[in-house]
Ligand binder design. Structure first.
Ligand code: SF4
Ligand code: SF4
Ligand code: SF4
Length: 198
């Protein structure tokens, strides 16, 4: 099933790359959404000029968190990779991709580069307290249990408190948050992007 989804994603990125290439500068004039990029992404302008939308990072991501941006998210970013924590979290820190990252290694243009785990920051989480089981008086704190970063979430009287400065934007808490709709979502706020390919 996941293989099928990935093949569809790949075909979409090829179509997107072709259309954006033929439209040239028009895409830059249209609004687009800020999205959470894979770890080690160049600063957005450079990333967009170097990412060919080949889909290699999406195809090889070990968790399946990467998806191509949709046309609805903006013509300019259509087909480029973003982290989708509803599918899976990113394991660049305290996970399978600490030392080697398939998304980076398979990027043929160096739009993604390896950065040390302590320098990874893809974004941060936002809390919608009305949806939170703990805030509504129940027992939960699943987010706190799965967070790999000390101090990113601290429980206070059974309710999670989120610290965006410490959060690396891995999405583990979003993925694990049990209620529907979820009490957490991922944003690129505070992201650390890379200036140059080393
Ligand atoms: S670091 Fe690993 S989990 Fe994160 S986007 Fe890259 S391949 Fe996927
Ligand atoms: S996992 Fe979700 S519902 Fe549970 S305490 Fe954390 S934010 Fe609230
Ligand atoms: S708060 Fe959530 S997104 Fe931030 S580091 Fe912890 S698990 Fe990852």
């Amino acid at each position: 099933m996941r293989q099928g989804i990935r093949r569809r994603d790949f075909l979409k990125t090829l179509v997107a790359a072709g259309i954006i290439g033929s439209l040239g500068g028009v895409a830059k004039l249209l609004p687009y959404r800020r999205v959470v990029r894979p770890p080690g992404a160049l600063v957005e302008e450079k990333f967009l000029s170097q990412c060919t939308r080949c889909g290699q990072c999406i195809q090889t991501c070990v968790t399946g968190t990467l998806v191509p941006c949709s046309l609805g998210e903006g013509l300019l970013i259509w087909g480029t990779p973003r982290v989708d924590p509803l599918r899976a979290p990113c394991e660049a820190v305290a996970g399978r991709c600490e030392i080697s990252r398939p998304c980076v290694e398979n990027c043929p243009t160096n739009a993604l580069v390896y950065v040390e785990p302590e320098k990874v920051k893809m974004g941060s989480v936002k809390w919608i307290k009305e949806n939170c089981i703990a805030y509504r008086g129940g027992e939960c704190l699943v987010c706190y249990e799965v967070c790999p970063i000390d101090g990113a979430i601290t429980p206070r009287r059974g309710i999670p408190v989120f610290h965006s400065g410490k959060c690396i934007g891995c999405g583990r808490c979003v993925y694990a948050c049990p209620p529907e709709p979820k009490a957490l979502y991922l944003v690129p706020d505070g992201e650390r992007r890379i200036e140059t390919t080393r």
